[in-house]
Design a protein around this ligand. Structure first.
Ligand SMILES: Nc1ncnc2c1ncn2[C@@H]1O[C@H](COP(=O)(O)OP(=O)(O)OP(=O)(O)O)[C@@H](O)[C@H]1O
Ligand SMILES: [Mg+2]
Length: 289
């Protein structure tokens, strides 16, 4: 039998579904300039840890993710980037023996509190994975999947949502005449944009992207990076990447993790040109990882 995940919220939050909360000011000791310091925080982790059994893969992470900006998470393989990212929409729940400690706050509520509706949470916080994962269905059905789950039945409305989402993902022109064809027939880069459209179709507030371009060629990668630029502002984006240039190109803020610990967090341009920590410098200059 698969053991279910045990979440251990430290603070009990009021019961009920997720509600819009008060903005939290940017209080982390990070190196951020004044315009960032006053930004509304969308996700705040407070001494947040994630365990796989006895292994503490993310260790007491405290970080403020500002709203409407792009935050990159970098660090060597195995340092806990995906584990942290998956925690933000409780994807780790699916992994046996995985549990969290501390707080991860979204809209004034701990994401790991027992009363959180995980289905609703994942509609508000969408995810795009490293490998495109289209369902073996038509392009239309892939993108309409989430809205249908939400109860949208009206054909006209579904068509509008599908078209709008594919346009946001810059795929509409390429697929508008083949919406009924199987999504598995798309190229890798098209599949990834379709997965992005599928995530956008439920109108999320936050987009999590785990190495979204690592399986793509340079042209498709550039397309996704452009898209991230276009979606910036409208969505809060957290992207995990191994590609330093990509982090530098697309993100406003960068978090550097090492062995489960957040070593440094700050404005991307500062972190890449003038890191505070020696380990950050060693990593971004390619001395390890
Ligand atoms: N499902 C799992 N069960 C047990 N341990 C896991 C699981 N997933 C990850 N881990 C462990 O947690 C640690 C962090 O893994 P994670 O996948 O978060 O790293 P990462 O930074 O995303 O690495 P990569 O850059 O290679 O994707 C590693 O030690 C890994 O072995
Ligand atoms: Mg990973």
């Amino acid at each position: 039998m698969v053991e279910t995940t045990v979440a251990q919220p430290v603070t009990e939050k009021p019961k009920g579904t997720l509600t819009l909360g008060k903005p939290v000011s940017f209080t982390s000791k990070s190196s951020v300039s004044a315009d960032l310091r006053d930004r509304e925080i969308h996700i705040e982790s407070r001494n947040f840890s994630i365990f796989y059994g006895d292994n503490e893969a993310v260790k007491g992470m405290s970080v403020n993710i500002p709203k409407g900006l792009v935050t990159a998470i970098i660090g060597p393989s195995g340092c806990g980037k995906s584990t942290f990212l998956r925690a933000v929409n409780r994807m780790n729940d699916l992994i046996p023996h995985c549990y969290a400690r501390g707080e991860l706050v979204f809209d004034s509520q701990n994401i790991y509190a027992s009363n959180i509706d995980v289905v609703q949470l994942r509609q508000r916080i969408g995810m795009v994975f490293q490998k495109p994962n289209p369902f073996p269905k038509s392009i239309f059905d892939n993108v309409a999947y989430g809205p249908r789950l939400q109860g949208v039945r009206d054909k006209q409305r579904l068509r509008k949502i599908v078209e709008g989402s594919l346009k946001k993902a810059a795929l509409w022109d390429e697929v508008k005449d083949r919406l009924t064809q199987n999504a598995l027939g798309l190229s890798g880069g098209q599949q990834q944009r379709m997965c992005l459209a599928r995530a956008l179709a439920v109108d999320p507030e936050i987009l999590l992207m785990d190495e979204p371009t690592s399986a793509l060629d340079p042209r498709a990668t550039a397309r996704i990076e452009e898209l991230i630029g276009e979606l910036r502002g409208r969505y809060t984006i957290i992207i995990v990447t191994h590609n330093m240039q990509q982090a530098a190109r697309v993100s406003d803020l960068t978090a550097f993790m090492y062995e489960g610990v957040l070593i440094e967090f700050g404005e991307t341009k500062k972190l890449f040109t003038n890191p505070r920590e020696k380990r950050t410098e060693d990593y971004i200059t390619g001395r390890f990882g």
